[in-house]
Design a protein around this ligand. Structure first.
Ligand SMILES: [Zn+2]
Length: 322
């Protein structure tokens, strides 16, 4: 996070930290705004941000470091964690936000109606309910972005709040989880890596899409990166491209269920006939995978469907009839 000392001619500071005086320090929130907006753009329904924060009316320099749970001077040498309060109003606007609440019950800017008061837990429940109702309105899905500030006191109920958020996440995923009747998902076995002498071992590569169990990798999970040729394309349609798998896969991919963790972005679906030739290619947005797969498999000529990333074209998994 960039830190500036006043006077500063940064446009973000001019818009969101107008109170900065000469000689004072400020944290420029533009990269955080962009990151939040990008995260929200991938969400259908509601996005709820919870952190320590401030609004334009109460900006103050909060950059600090933590080491072993103790607050220390922030030093950018990797020796401590570095954190700063979130400029929630800036984040909310960057994501097209409709609401921003403070712990004390004020709202900024207005968007979702009604006052939010009471304990942190009640506050969270209330905010969540409003977001849900708004999302349920016609045309509301995808339009609700909620940024929230200072949700609970120290000693509040973060565990319960975390459980509520986990439930929300499951709800969001349920919207994406899709079962297409008669569909079978095909993954890439980790043993496929061994047939590529050029395979690369990575001790930790968090966030990459794993083709063995169809989820994103966690930190410190050893993975293979290797060349792989999916089965469906044959002859001139045979393609080789890079894929990741676990080195030791704990399993978990359901053969009859679309893997939601790999379907929260736009994807390209390519259908192949029995001769291994491409029949069709369609661009599918999150939420539309079940009907798209169903549509392709309803064509009797289609034998298999490949799901690929839109940006890189990389193969993710294959689908056939069961
Ligand atoms: Zn795996």
């Amino acid at each position: 996070m960039p830190v500036v000392t006043g006077p500063a001619d940064d446009p973000w500071i001019a818009r969101w930290w107008p109170s900065l005086r000469d000689g004072e320090q400020a944290e420029v929130g533009a990269p955080r705004d962009a990151a939040w907006a990008a995260a929200v753009s991938r969400v259908r329904g509601a996005a709820l941000a919870i952190d320590y924060g401030h609004l334009v009316s109460s900006r103050r320099f909060t950059l600090t470091g933590y080491r072993s749970g103790r607050q220390v001077a922030p030093v950018f040498d990797g020796s401590c964690d570095i954190t700063a309060h979130v400029a929630f109003d800036a984040c909310a606007e960057a994501a097209g936000g409709t609401g921003c609440w403070c712990r004390n019950g004020t709202r900024w800017p207005l968007g979702l109606s009604g006052e939010v008061t009471g304990s942190g837990w009640e506050w969270l429940e209330s905010a969540r309910g409003r977001a849900d109702r708004r999302a349920a309105e016609p045309g509301g899905a995808g339009g609700v972005r909620v940024a929230a500030a200072r949700p609970w006191r120290r000693g509040g109920r973060p565990a319960a709040a975390a459980a509520a958020l986990a439930s929300d996440t499951r709800q969001l995923r349920r919207g994406l989880t899709t079962i297409v009747e008669g569909m079978r998902i095909h993954t890439v076995p980790t043993s496929a890596a061994l047939s590529d002498p050029g395979r690369e071992y990575r001790a930790s590569e968090p966030g990459v899409p794993l083709r063995c169990c169809l989820r994103k990798s966690s930190p410190d999970e050893p993975v293979w990166l290797f060349r792989y040729s999916p089965a469906a394309g044959k002859g001139p349609y045979e393609e080789v491209g890079p894929v990741f798998t676990h080195v030791d896969c704990p399993g978990g991919a359901a053969p009859d269920r679309l893997p939601v963790e790999l379907l929260n972005n736009s994807r390209v679906l390519r259908s192949f006939n029995a001769a291994g030739q491409i029949e069709d290619g369609v661009l599918v947005e999150p939420g539309g995978f079940d009907s798209a797969v169903e549509g392709l498999l309803n064509d009797p000529v289609v034998e298999a469907v490949q799901v690929r990333s839109l940006s890189h074209g990389c193969f993710l998994f294959a689908i056939t009839r069961s």
